[in-house]
Design a protein around this ligand. Structure first.
Ligand SMILES: Nc1nc2c(ncn2[C@@H]2O[C@H](COP(=O)(O)OP(=O)(O)OP(=O)(O)O)[C@@H](O)[C@H]2O)c(=O)[nH]1
Length: 271
């Protein structure tokens, strides 16, 4: 039997850690055991204690100080160090067999959009540790409600989906912050939007020389089936429970598929 894990991804401040905590609260309510695996070497203290914490292996602060690196360089260093010491992760994950592992990932989206650090960790979890994984990608609803930002967010989500090659669920977080009626109506258009209509609306706000480009981006987002988002209100148990049942459905569906041939690790030089 494979283990189940959910990767929680998205830009800084999108609500990833809050969502991880909401998952743990929900699991406690339904009597299912779950654990947070913190993969952010610069994480702040969290409501629920991390069961597994990358900072026990390496911390951003130490790397910045000892290697005289800035925060971004130090983050990459931490992940390369983790990749070289995956036996640490194997040991930490050890016997968590029937339990639900929630991987709280750093907000620097370059780690899964530009360089193959997280993809390689994902491959390791799948192939060596027999994980059945699902990726969730959070974007803030108040940000995305501006159509041009919707496309930039959808493209970053798509980039993560392509690089990680996992069953993928898009989530619009902080929907409770979308307060007035006009914005709420607008938000509905983004949950299951018609990207071509959205492109028309961006076209009304942008210079004509960009219209063809807007149309192409909308087509791309449409072609990749990136247009569905689930609304999340982290403090609302019903909203969290709906998303978790989607995650369950998607992971069970993925498990039922034919196993893929193991890929080699992705090499930075190949990108
Ligand atoms: N109103 C509201 N605020 C939220 C929600 N989810 C998260 N927040 C707030 O948004 C802020 C950022 O949330 P985090 O969970 O720390 O976001 P993160 O994505 O883990 O941030 P990084 O670790 O910096 O990448 C915090 O102040 C949260 O309380 C939500 O559903 N509604």
């Amino acid at each position: 039997m494979s283990r189940v894990g959910v990767m929680v991804l998205g830009p800084a401040g999108a609500g990833k850690s809050t969502f991880c905590n909401s998952i743990v609260s929900h699991m406690q309510t339904i009597g299912r055991r779950s654990h947070i695996v913190n993969l952010d070497p610069a994480a702040e203290p969290n409501k629920y204690e991390f069961t597994i914490d990358i900072r026990d292996l390496i911390s951003l602060e130490d790397v910045m100080e000892e290697m005289s690196l800035g925060p971004n360089g130090a983050l990459i260093y931490c992940f390369e160090y983790l990749l070289q010491n995956l036996d640490w992760l194997d040991e930490e994950i050890g016997d968590y067999n029937d339990e639900y592992l929630i991987f709280d990932c750093p907000g620097q989206i370059e780690l899964y959009t530009h360089i193959p650090v997280l993809p390689n960790i994902v491959r390791h979890l799948q192939q060596q540790l027999n994980f059945n994984l699902c990726a969730t990608y959070l974007l803030e609803a108040p940000f995305v409600i501006d159509t041009s930002k919707f496309f930039s967010g959808a493209l970053s989500a798509m980039s993560a989906m392509i690089l990680l090659e996992l069953p993928h669920i898009n989530i619009l977080s902080k929907v409770d912050l979308v307060a007035n009626e006009y914005s709420k109506r607008k938000l509905k258009r983004f949950l299951n939007p018609d990207s071509m209509l959205l492109a028309d609306s961006v076209n009304q706000e942008t210079n004509a020389k960009f219209h063809k480009l807007n149309q192409c981006i909308a087509q791309l987002v449409d072609d990749f089936g990136m247009v569905q988002f689930l609304p999340l209100e982290a403090e609302n148990p019903d909203s969290v429970s709906t998303i978790i049942s989607y995650i369950d459905d998607v992971t069970q569906w993925a498990e039922a598929q034919e196993p893929k041939e193991p890929n080699d690790q992705i090499d930075i030089e190949d990108l």
